[in-house]
Design a protein around this ligand. Structure first.
Ligand code: NDP
Length: 315
């Protein structure tokens, strides 16, 4: 184990989803000699999805984990130094910035690209975990298509749930929407849209007790938390849309963030409030959250980092 070793870099990338690897590809090709630390979940959220059909360039679709192996191979082939390790602490008070890996390895780097992503929140049911990827999904835009013409369910009542319910309503026969209170958190306009769609059936004051099915989702058991009434509904898929948690804890106090912890970037760029620190992908995007948008923002971050280094005369 490395202890107290300090390494000096031009460009450090933290995170290994589409944003991190794309930043690595661009930074390596620009000769920034980037080092990328993969983090807790190498490959990121795509490693817990099944088939990806909406990433351009894969006409037959691709399995999420396989796609991330492709991203990693491409980054390695152009010279990125990809390492297993977790960034555990940062100090952005002066340049070069300090980042600690696995608590004991110190890296001093002129630029940092933060691509630590976000994690979907889950209800915490055993059945939800068991059937994840087999009808349970936290991304309607990714997986809704596989349930075209079927009945599906969604839990959540924020803007994401509203948007995903609307998306599913165009593909599926009926969308059963479970809301734990007697009102929705989503913006007024999104609420109105959901209410006006006839094939979205809303269940107020409703908790999910269990997702049913052996190998695939076949139904869901719900409970009205006011009356205690139990009900079983037959569905082919169960979408969880109860929010995401950006993986930004170690940057708190250094970077400007919104209330939910998303890192703020200057619109149209990847620049954070700290010179030389850039953010890409889901850690700074609560709206689009797609592999392709994350990859695009990773490219932006690498170009921003390169320009920043050039402007400072650092090679
Ligand atoms: P939110 O935190 O806004 O909403 C989460 C929803 O999930 C809430 O309705 C909450 O219920 C519900 N929920 C949480 N935990 C549970 C649980 N255990 N069981 C059942 N329900 C649960 O998250 P979103 O992802 O919807 O949105 C995040 C942010 O992104 C918001 O600021 C939103 O406005 C924004 N956004 C904007 C979009 C746009 O502008 N197009 C699109 C998507 C998101 P309760 O209300 O009872 O707490």
């Amino acid at each position: 184990m490395e202890t107290n070793a300090s390494e000096k870099l031009s460009c450090l990338i933290i995170g290994s989803g589409p944003a991190g690897y794309t930043a690595a590809i661009y930074a390596a090709r620009a000769n920034l000699k980037p080092v990328l630390y993969q983090g807790i979940q190498p490959g990121g959220q795509l490693t817990i999805t099944t088939e990806v059909e909406n990433y351009p360039g894969y006409p037959e679709g691709v399995m999420g984990p396989e796609m991330m192996v492709d991203f990693e191979k491409q980054a390695a082939r152009v010279g990125a130094d990809i390492r297993y390790g977790i960034a555990t602490k940062v100090d952005f008070s002066s340049s070069p910035h300090k980042v600690w890996i696995d608590e004991n390895k110190l890296i001093e780097t002129h630029t940092v690209i933060i691509a630590t992503g976000a994690s979907a929140k889950w209800l915490g049911l055993e059945s939800e975990q068991r059937l994840n990827g087999f009808g349970v999904s936290a991304c309607a835009v990714c997986d809704g298509f596989f349930f075209k013409g079927k009945e599906v369910a969604i839990v959540g009542a924020g803007d994401t749930a509203a948007e995903e319910a609307l998306y599913l309503s165009k593909l599926c026969t009926t969308v059963h929407m479970f809301i734990r209170r007697d009102q929705m958190r989503a913006s007024k306009i999104m609420q109105e849209r959901v209410m006006n769609v006839t094939n979205i059936k809303i269940y107020w004051n409703t908790d999910t007790e269990e997702i049913l099915g052996g190998n695939n989702v076949t139904g869901v058991r719900i409970k009205n938390n006011k009356t205690g009434e139990l009900q079983t509904i037959l569905v082919s898929a169960f979408f969880v849309a109860i929010g995401h948690q950006p993986n930004s804890d170690i940057f708190k106090g250094w970077l400007d963030m919104d209330d939910a912890g998303y890192v703020k970037t200057v619109p149209g760029t990847s620049k954070t409030n700290v010179e030389g620190v850039f953010a890409a992908g889901d850690v700074q995007d609560k709206i689009y959250r797609q592999a392709v948008t994350a990859a695009g923002s990773g490219c932006m971050a690498a170009l921003d980092a390169e320009r920043w280094l050039t402007a400072k005369g650092i090679h």
